[in-house]
Design a protein around this ligand. Structure first.
Ligand code: ASP
Length: 421
């Protein structure tokens, strides 16, 4: 009898076949077949069709689910409480992530053997930090339609919350609007399911293209850096996320990872928290038992501001660059790194490569030369895939913890067999 493969298994197969195909193609001599037909042709096509189809859903999804979430939350006080808890959770886990990465990179110096020249005195770079007032006012869109068009997630979230509150306040005067959002929510979830059914092929294309272009050669000189980031990610996932699930939600980490691994593999191949958001919503509410009241608020916010994996990369990369220049960071500088990397990871957009751009902020905050980033950028995609998987895992773990505290966590669903086919 033939057993139907689950979506998770199919995505995994796509991932592995893509990886192998990419490495094989990378070894082929430069040719029309390799470069135009395969890497920039077939791999690019299937990968991008998949990626763009999910990205297409993200802006309306965030808006609709958050409006719906606010409507279902009942009262504004509850919204404030959940919002506050979520922010504290996100900031604390991010700070812990950076501390782990700094400790690791101090114990196992990743740049041993790499020498970018010595600089005796760290140049003080004067860069005006963005005033906090500007950061805060920037959350409120001047033009809400522009926020949608630019895909400015924080502004879209702010507008959605206000819209949700507005609809709640007029209550009986706008029943149709309320129902409209509820129904649109169903439509969005159905669309996500549809697009996700192409995930195995899409994942294949994305991974095959990445490895077809990169191959292994680029990795070797900075293998220790890449390895250390992955070690940091692993420690964070197992000890911190595993521990939080167990301690704060009484939930089995084993069940969590078994169900969540497919979301992680989509994050791995797309390297984008935003692109993973639709599937994350589906799995966190449908399989992990988090009520959509909570998830529809915590997940989009997390995809936008909670980036523990990115923070780990920024910590390791900063020490890597400092070591490569022969600079020993002081404790004060390390603390500055913890602070700026927390802020930088919050400011990192959930799209591929964004974290590496924000790294420049962290380097500048302690006066490290930006030239050192060259080495890191060469392998950034590889690191990006891993850190994005961790970024979105943090969002789901937070949702479970908050749902548990708010009595919005269905343990029966959490413990039940995975139902995705
Ligand atoms: N790609 C990451 C994400 O979407 C952000 C980053 O570049 O660190 O979560």
């Amino acid at each position: 009898m033939k057993k139907k493969l689950s979506l998770t298994t199919k995505i995994f197969i796509g991932l592995i076949v893509g990886f192998i195909a990419g490495l094989i193609v990378n070894q082929m001599p430069e040719s029309y077949l390799r470069d135009t037909l395969l890497i920039k042709g077939i791999f690019q096509l299937v990968g991008q069709v998949f990626l763009r189809s999910i990205m297409m859903l993200v802006v309306p999804l965030v808006f609709i689910t958050i409006v719906n979430g606010v409507l279902n939350m009942g009262d504004v006080k509850r919204l404030g409480r959940i919002g506050g808890k979520t922010l504290v959770f996100y900031m604390c886990t991010t700070a812990i992530a950076i501390i782990i990465s700094l400790a690791l990179a101090s114990l196992l110096p990743p740049a041993a053997g790499v020498n970018l020249g010595n600089i005796d005195k760290v140049e003080v770079v004067t860069k005006d930090p963005v005033p906090l007032v500007d950061i805060l006012t920037g959350i409120i869109p001047k033009n809400s339609i522009a926020a949608f068009a630019e895909g400015n997630m924080l502004q879209i979230i702010a507008f959605a919350i206000i819209m949700g509150i507005g609809i709640s306040l007029v209550d009986k005067k706008a029943p149709t609007v309320r129902v409209f959002f509820e129904e649109m929510n169903h439509v969005m979830l159905r669309l996500i399911k549809f697009v996700m059914s192409f995930a195995p092929v899409g994942v294949f294309g994305l991974i095959a293209k990445t490895f077809g272009e990169l191959g292994w050669a680029v990795v070797v000189p900075v293998a220790k850096y890449v390895g250390l980031v992955y070690l940091g990610l692993l420690i964070h996932v197992i000890i911190i996320y595993g521990g939080l699930l167990k301690l704060l939600a009484g939930a089995s980490p084993r069940i969590f990872f078994k169900k969540f691994v497919k979301v992680m593999s989509v994050a791995f191949s797309t390297a984008s928290s935003n692109a993973t958001l639709p599937l994350n919503m589906e799995v966190t509410t449908g399989e992990l038992g988090v009520n959509s009241n909570v998830a529809s608020f915590t997940l989009p916010l997390g995809a936008t501001i909670n980036m523990d994996g990115t923070a780990i990369m920024q910590g390791v990369a900063t020490l890597f660059i400092a070591q490569a220049y022969g600079i020993q960071l002081t404790l004060g500088q390390m603390l500055t790194v913890v602070l700026t990397a927390t802020l930088a990871s919050i400011g990192t957009a959930g799209v591929p490569g964004a974290g590496a751009l924000m790294l420049s902020l962290v380097l500048q905050s302690i006066g490290l030369p930006l030239d050192g980033m060259g080495l890191i950028l060469g392998v950034d995609r590889l690191v990006d895939m891993g850190r994005t998987s961790i970024n979105i895992t943090g969002d789901a773990v937070c949702s479970i913890v908050i749902a548990k505290q708010e009595k919005q966590f269905d343990e029966k669903v959490y413990r039940s067999e995975s139902k995705t086919k």
